[in-house]
Design a protein around this ligand. Structure first.
Ligand SMILES: Cc1cc2nc3c(=O)[nH]c(=O)nc-3n(C[C@H](O)[C@H](O)[C@H](O)COP(=O)(O)OP(=O)(O)OC[C@H]3O[C@@H](n4cnc5c(N)ncnc54)[C@H](O)[C@@H]3O)c2cc1C
Length: 199
């Protein structure tokens, strides 16, 4: 980061951050995207890339890369609630299938695409502070892999740093569409599982 001024800094480089950085870089903006993780990196997720997400990958020219990993398409969903189950096709008019790539696969693919588009990607970089000037966010402060302190500035800082977002906490945005938690789920991987109707 010799010149540490950017048009945009994106904090978090998974499915929100990397495509944001990629799309901005493709439009010619100077972008820095940072993540404390190093990719490929896993995270808690059930992996379903629903058809609108598949359509986004196609639009960005990345779907073929996902298909090339051998990840099979999913054309039927079934949710078994015990007393009853709901099943059907997830497809939309333009995209008939979903995919279930591991996050080690999907997020790495997205990080690489952001770098290819020209975004500067810093892995192993933890943002410790959001920098503000004249009442608006003007950059971030953080630590690189070897613990070195770095300050970078940008016209726009995007918080794509997940559920416990430090960026959101720092700027305290208005919250809306808040709902109380109604249920929770448990997930596990199963080898050789063949649900009814599986083709
Ligand atoms: C159990 C579970 C199952 C799910 N299943 C699905 C599913 O099947 N399909 C679906 O579409 N969605 C699913 N979701 C939701 C989906 O995982 C999230 O919506 C999605 O991961 C959010 O992506 P994101 O890029 O915004 O944030 P995240 O994936 O949380 O990524 C945030 C990134 O920011 C980085 N970061 C955080 N703080 C800092 C910091 N201070 N400095 C530097 N980097 C930082 C983290 O290292 C992380 O890599 C599931 C979620 C959970 C918990």
């Amino acid at each position: 980061m010799a010149d540490n001024r950017y048009d945009a800094i994106v904090v978090g480089a998974r499915c929100a951050g990397s495509p944001t950085a990629m799309l901005l870089a493709r439009r010619g903006y100077k972008v820095l995207v940072v993540d404390r993780a190093s990719f490929p990196s896993d995270t808690v997720s059930t992996h379903l890339l629903h058809p609108p997400g598949v359509a986004s990958l196609r639009r960005w020219g990345l779907l073929e890369r996902l298909v090339a990993t051998g990840c099979p398409p999913i054309d039927t969903y079934a949710f078994d609630f015990g007393p009853f189950s709901i099943s059907g096709a997830p497809g939309t008019d333009d995209t008939s299938v979903a995919y279930g790539p591991r996050r080690t696969v999907l997020d790495k693919l997205l990080v690489d695409a952001a770098a290819e588009a020209g975004a500067e990607v810093r892995e192993g970089f933890t943002v410790t502070e959001v920098v503000a000037a004249d009442g608006r966010v003007s950059g971030v402060r953080g630590r690189g892999r070897r613990g070195q302190a770095v300050t970078a500035h940008a016209r726009v800082v995007v918080g794509a740093d997940g559920r416990h977002s430090a960026v959101a906490r720092a700027v305290g945005p208005e919250q809306y569409h808040q709902r109380p938690q109604l249920l929770c789920g448990y997930q596990a991987f199963a080898r050789g599982f063949r649900p009814s109707g599986w083709r």
